[in-house]
Write a protein that binds this ligand. Structure first.
Ligand code: PGA
Length: 248
């Protein structure tokens, strides 16, 4: 049985005090033995949130990680720095990074590798745009995004990662992929991995992202190849985020 996981992605929202309050409110709704819940917070607040989540079931993640180990890369945050701030996870290749900041399949693969070098679990975000879906290239896009990582990191590296399928057209739009649409792509991703390693395919967590809310979470998470969610908007409210977590 794969352990499910629900991850919040706060993106560029809130203040320090709001973040601390939100993390505290999430923790207040968890029990000691809970697992499979994390928040990816703005990097400047990582240390503040680390202090709150320490010794609680709530894990911490960065929203991005540099594609180099260290050096003259102004504005970037290294995997080592994330590790020092208590991160277990780092998002790599979120569609907002790919769309607005020029992250390419190759740089995403390099970020994936840098995270793993420091023992951080990369959460590899992949997914097609509306145009790509409408032109029937969803699977081709998924192949390219996934294969770039497999090519650079090797198939075995996927054993220590999470994959997030996030159709770009469903992110922050209120449009969710139907349960069947999401399942179809999750199954496809797992099959592509299985072609290279059945064991890794059986164990890798593939989570869905894109307008997951308390009202639709249960049906989405019930799909056989969906192992949880990456939650944007609804993760900014503790009650909603906890309700989604409890839907697992
Ligand atoms: P959303 O964001 O839940 O607001 O659609 C998901 C994401 O970008 O990870």
């Amino acid at each position: 049985m794969r352990q499910s996981i629900v991850m919040g992605n706060w993106k560029m929202n809130g203040s320090r005090s709001e973040g601390i309050e939100l993390a505290n409110a999430i923790i207040a709704g968890l029990n000691d033995g809970d697992k499979g819940i994390a928040v990816c917070v703005p990097s400047v607040y990582l240390s503040d949130i680390e202090a709150v989540v320490k010794n609680t079931p709530l894990a911490l993640g960065g929203q991005n990680v540099a594609d180099h180990e260290s050096g003259a890369y102004t504005g970037e945050i290294s995997a080592f720095m994330l590790k020092e701030c208590g991160c277990t996870y780092a998002l790599v290749g979120h569609s907002e990074r790919r769309t607005y900041y020029g992250d390419t399949n190759e740089s995403v693969a390099a970020r994936f590798c840098q995270a793993q070098k420091e023992g951080i679990i990369p959460v590899l975000c992949i997914g097609e745009t509306l145009e790509e879906r409408e032109s029937d290239t969803t699977f081709a896009v998924i192949d390219e995004q996934l294969n770039a990582v497999i090519h650079m990191a090797g198939i075995d590296a996927l054993a220590n990662s999470v994959i997030a399928y996030e159709p770009v057209w469903a992110i922050g739009t209120g449009k969710t992929a139907s349960d069947e649409q999401a399942q179809e792509v999750h199954k496809y991703i797992r099959q592509q991995i299985a072609a290279k390693s059945q064991a890794i395919a059986d164990n890798v967590q593939i989570v869905y992202g894109g307008s997951v809310k308390p009202g639709n979470a249960k049906a989405i998470f019930a799909m056989p190849d969906i192992d949880g969610g990456l939650i944007g908007g609804a993760s900014l409210d503790a009650t909603s985020f906890l309700a989604i977590y409890k839907a697992i």
